[in-house]
Design a protein around this ligand. Structure first.
Ligand SMILES: [Cu+2]
Length: 623
């Protein structure tokens, strides 16, 4: 990383004092609104420029020198990339789950489960959100990191907190037994009062992007405090179950790669960065997890063994470590977006993954906070690019696989891909991010040459030769897309723009939790227009609960042969000066939800709109 060659000792000392003061403000858990009241923020939302507090010359990480983070050096490609731990079920939960919130026993939920009797939970899971200490770098290079993670709880026995959190592996309900997929996930808040620098021990867990009754969705204002628990009811049914497609719901609404993460209003960035994120996958009779049945995608197996697990979730994020202490660092006063100089996959900095010479399904997720990636597979020997097959956009399989050289993934987006290592025994590849991005504004669009980007994961094809019964991707066909012909009840426009030094939608920051800005009528269609009015900035826009289909981008029909951009999605990558129209159906359940920017720093400051689905709706075209 670049450094200023000549150090100015006085400037450096002042900056360290400022950094210390800023860290103390962050550690105190003060919110933007508190700082405004205390007169420590300007109207533009930046810290007032008094000595000992100014944002300058601090870096994005809150440290001195220049605009680059300066994490201590680590040795790449030593640690093995972990396969993610699969959460076992519990036979029962104590106390037993209830439809009405069990506040007497410490439940934080305030809204009764609306679909519990219709889809009684068949299986139970429990997790405990708590502090843990994990190694992210090779032994001895960085101290154990105090993280906030999800500890597996099995029949009441609490494990250690891990990040990414345990993976939930489930199956959709089936015709004649739609409740067969229904589960209940209990989350407990056992976080410490002392945040060791940043993080608010008040949490709400969002299942991104489950078709979930909103009281279980992880609404930003439905948070639980320390010592409380929250029961999330996930029916795992396709959209349309209570409306257009009774029985099982619409199979074309199937989703397969989901994730969960903290969504606490105003504090999502620091809490997810501190580790509160995990994965959730859904199989069905087509995407079965078994390469001899259904679509014959590479097998999930036991999720762990190199000779049975060829369907591998990879969670990418970037982080900054304090150049003095080596501990994870976060600057709450950077409103632009935080970029790290260390790249993690499944919790390890630049790890190694050993594969067999056959096909693999990789599920790629970017948990942020602010970076966009463009993933390439680069051959270590000659920097050539290995093409692969993209099969999904976010949680949703496309009409068929499309062969590509790269996939772009902004915060919270997912792509599932099939990489074919057949015949490549002995070779080494890197997952390389070749998308340039210098600050939280978003990438400028430049893609550097092969070998010149950041190598995130080393893949060595030296595993045992094993059978491959998966179908060749060129022969696969998936569900197809739902139609977009039903007329919309209303078209609404959302302008994403800069204002007051922060991030607004239609001229407003997210207000208090009771500021519900508009209402959707249940079981209707809406068209939404997203406009990027914020100059050089890009925003990954996320709507909860329902996926959308893209009708046009800047007046043009979707590109990429009409396949990838037409894919159903829950995050829209709103690029420079872009305007897009998307198509939504809001079905089955009622309740409160947000739409927001998923650059989680923008989200916290405060690019979010709270809304609700009810049986009346409203006619606000610019909510
Ligand atoms: Cu944004």
């Amino acid at each position: 990383m670049s450094k200023i060659p000549k150090r100015d000792k006085t400037r450096e000392r002042d900056a360290r004092i400022a950094a210390k003061n800023r860290r103390e403000l962050i550690a105190s858990g003060l919110k933007r609104r508190d700082l405004l009241k205390m007169g420590l923020l300007t109207a533009a939302g930046t810290l007032i420029p008094i000595k000992g507090l100014s944002a300058h010359p601090l870096t994005s990480a809150g440290f001195v020198d220049d605009d680059e983070p300066n994490s201590p050096p680590t040795t790449p490609f030593v640690e093995n990339m972990p396969r993610l731990f699969v959460l076992p079920t519990s036979a029962a939960l104590t106390p037993a789950p209830t439809i009405i919130p069990n506040t007497a026993a410490g439940e934080a939920r305030t809204v009764s489960h609306q679909a519990f009797a219709q889809f009684p939970p068949q299986r139970f899971y429990e997790m405990s959100q708590q502090e843990g200490f994990v190694n992210m770098a090779p032994p001895g290079e960085l101290p154990p990191q105090p993280i906030w993670g999800f500890a597996p709880v099995v029949n009441g026995v609490v494990g250690s907190a891990i990040t990414p959190g345990p993976m939930i592996v489930e199956r959709y309900g089936v015709l004649g037994a739609p409740q067969a997929g229904s589960v209940l996930v209990r989350q407990r808040n056992r976080l410490p009062e002392d945040n060791r620098g940043f993080g608010l021990p008040s949490v709400t867990t969002h299942l991104h992007n489950g078709h979930t009754p909103p009281e279980s969705d992880g609404f930003p204002c439905f948070f639980m405090e320390r010592g409380q628990f929250y029961d999330h009811h996930y029916p795992n049914v396709y959209a349309g179950i209570n409306s257009t497609h009774p029985g099982t719901g619409d199979i074309k609404e199937a989703m397969h790669s989901l994730w969960y993460h903290d969504h606490r209003i105003d504090h999502t960035a620091e809490n997810t960065y501190k580790g509160l994120a995990g994965t959730y996958i859904l199989f069905n009779e087509f995407d079965t997890g078994d390469e001899t049945t259904g679509f014959r995608l590479p097998s999930f197996g036991d999720g762990q063994s190199p000779t049975s697990n060829f369907d591998v979730y990879m969670v990418f994020n970037d982080k900054v470590f304090d150049d003095q202490t080596g501990l994870l660092a976060f600057d709450l006063f950077n409103f632009d977006g935080i970029l790290g100089d260390k790249f993690l996959v499944n919790g390890k900095i630049q790890p190694v993954f050993h594969v067999s010479p056959r096909r693999y399904r990789f599920r790629w997720l970017n948990t942020g906070p602010s970076r966009f990636y463009q993933f390439f597979l680069t051959n270590a020997a000659n920097n050539s690019t290995l093409p692969f097959w993209q099969i999904s956009t976010d949680g949703n399989l496309m009409e068929r696989p499309v062969q590509v050289n790269s996939s772009r993934v902004s915060v919270a987006e997912r792509v599932d891909v099939i990489v074919d290592f057949t015949g490549l025994a002995g070779k080494t590849f890197y997952i390389e991010n070749r998308l340039e991005q210098d600050d939280g504004r978003g990438p400028d669009g430049d893609v550097v040459g092969a070998g010149q980007g950041d190598k995130l994961l080393k893949i060595v094809v030296d595993g045992p030769v094993v059978p491959d019964n998966s179908l060749h991707p060129s022969l696969m066909q998936f569900y197809g897309f739902p139609n977009t012909a039903d007329p919309a009840r209303i078209t609404r426009t959302f302008r994403f723009e800069r204002g007051n030094g922060q991030w607004q939608v239609n001229g407003k920051l997210v207000g208090d939790c009771d500021d519900i800005r508009f209402a959707i009528k249940r079981n209707t269609v809406e068209k939404w227009v997203f406009q990027n009015n914020s100059g050089g900035w890009q925003h990954p826009i996320h709507m909860h609960f329902e996926e959308f289909q893209t009708l046009n981008i800047n007046g043009q029909a979707p590109r990429n042969s009409g396949i990838i951009e037409r894919g159903r999605k829950d995050v829209f990558r709103l690029e420079h000066n872009m305007q897009t129209t998307v198509y939504f159906r809001f079905r089955d359940f009622v309740g409160k939800l947000p739409i927001h920017c998923h650059n989680v720093v923008h989200e916290d400051h405060a690019m979010m709109v709270l809304l609700e689905i009810n049986d009346v709706g409203d006619n606000k075209t610019n909510p």
